[in-house]
Every structure is written in structure tokens, then in C-alpha cells.
Design a protein around this ligand. Structure first.
Ligand code: ATP
Ligand code: MG
Length: 206
């Protein structure tokens, strides 16, 4: 047997042993996770990938036949692919604030009125036991701009049906929101094409 063959066999054996140990560890962790509850997932940070991740979870949920609600704060001036795909789906109730970005409207009073009206849709979903999954896209900005009252939003999230999943997206999630969440991901802005002068791209950006 050549030296290289012997060392390869040795490596394979070590790999098998390590994988056996890993499987035991993973199996134990899976067996320990026995709680079944509605999750609050918060996707925050300055990098790209928050809303697209939320709509990835929506796609999964619809795939399983779950009933879903979407409320998009801010957006609505141009139609995103996710809206085109899901708005006519009987499993999805889709609401869009439609004001566009704050630097587009430049009208605080109008933005607040729109935010409050849109929040009513969110509140209705968060108190409906028949809705399995709620996506509150770009909700954090409504709180950082002070368009919606923080405790009102936190209370609605806390008092929702116990099996209902909620996904909140947006930069600068508050400490209080992070505290009541079950899963929090902070997407880092390592690099973004836009900063190299590249235009927004259909499918990737909207
Ligand atoms: P996406 O919807 O692509 O997952 P996002 O929800 O994480 O993005 P938002 O701040 O909501 O981020 O951004 C909406 C738009 O701005 C998208 O077109 C996205 O590609 C772009 N964008 C996101 N992050 C950055 C960034 N760090 N620099 C420049 N553009 C960004
Ligand atoms: Mg987003």
C-alpha cells in the first residue's frame, strides 16, 4: 500500500469518527428542542437581505398551505416582484402603505396618517387566530421616525395568538423589539453593488 493511500484511509476513518460525534451532538440538540410556539423573527442591520429573507419565509409558508398576511410599510411606489407573486394568492392578505420613502414624500403629517392607517391592517392580522404567519416589512422605520407608538406596537406583538409567527424587517431594530424576539439576525453591509454605481436590478433588488 502506498503512503498516500494509507494516509487517505486514515483521513477517511477520522472523518467518519468526527461525523459520528457530530451526529450524536446534533441529534441530542434536536431531541432537546421540544417547545412549539409562534416565533417573532427580527431581520435588521444595514446589509441587503432583510426583506428578501422575509419573503423567502412567506414562500415557504405558502408552500405549506399556511395562511399569511403581509404589511409593507414605506414601499409601494414601484411594484416589487413579491407583491406581483403573492397579492392574488388566496392564502395571502397583502397590504402596502404606498407612500414611498420619507425623502420622497417630505410630508411628515401625511406619512404619519398613512402609517397609522397601515398599522390598523397589521393589528387586525395580529389579533386573528386564523393567520399563521405575518410579515411586517420595514416596520422598524415607523418606530424610529416616531410615526407609530413603540409600546402600542410591542403590545400588539406580545398579545398576538400564541402559535402565530411574525417576521419584522428594517434597520435599527429597537432594544425592546430585540428583547421580545425569538430569532434576530443582523445583516451586515459588507459590500453593495449600488455603492459601485450599479443600478437597482429587477429580481435582485425589487
Ligand atoms: P432586500 O429587499 O434586497 O432584501 P433589504 O430589505 O435588506 O433588501 P432595504 O433597506 O429594505 O434592505 O433595501 C431595499 C432596497 O435597497 C433593495 O433594493 C436593496 O438592494 C437596497 N439596499 C439594501 N441594503 C443596501 C445597502 N447597504 N446599500 C445600498 N443599497 C441597499
Ligand atoms: Mg427591506
Amino acid at each position: 500500500m502506498s503512503n498516500s493511500k494509507a494516509s487517505n484511509e486514515d483521513r477517511n476513518k477520522r472523518h467518519k469518527k468526527a461525523m459520528q460525534r457530530k451526529k450524536e451532538h446534533v441529534d441530542n440538540r434536536i431531541a432537546e428542542a421540544t417547545i412549539d410556539k409562534g416565533l417573532l423573527v427580527v431581520l435588521t442591520g444595514n446589509g441587503k437581505g432583510k426583506s428578501s429573507s422575509a419573503f423567502g419565509m412567506l414562500a415557504r409558508s405558502v408552500g405549506h398551505g399556511l395562511r399569511c398576511g403581509v404589511v409593507q410599510f414605506i414601499k409601494g411606489l414601484w411594484e416589487c416582484g413579491e407583491q406581483k407573486l403573492f397579492e392574488d394568492n388566496p392564502l395571502v392578505e397583502f397590504h402596502v402603505m404606498k407612500t414611498g420613502f420619507t425623502w420622497e414624500t417630505q410630508d411628515r403629517e401625511k406619512d404619519i396618517a398613512a402609517a397609522v392607517k397601515t398599522w390598523e391592517k397589521a393589528e387586525a392580522l395580529l389579533s386573528n387566530e386564523e393567520i399563521d404567519v405575518v410579515i411586517l416589512d420595514e416596520l422598524t422605520y415607523m418606530l424610529t421616525y416616531g410615526y407609530l407608538e413603540g409600546t402600542m406596537v410591542l403590545d400588539a406583538l406580545k398579545n398576538r395568538p400564541s402559535q402565530q409567527h411574525v417576521v419584522v424587517t428594517g434597520r435599527n431594530a429597537s432594544k425592546e423589539l430585540i428583547e421580545i424576539a425569538d430569532t434576530v439576525s443582523e445583516v451586515a453591509d459588507t459590500k453593495h453593488a449600488f455603492n459601485a454605481g450599479i443600478k437597482v436590478q429587477k429580481g435582485i433588488d425589487y
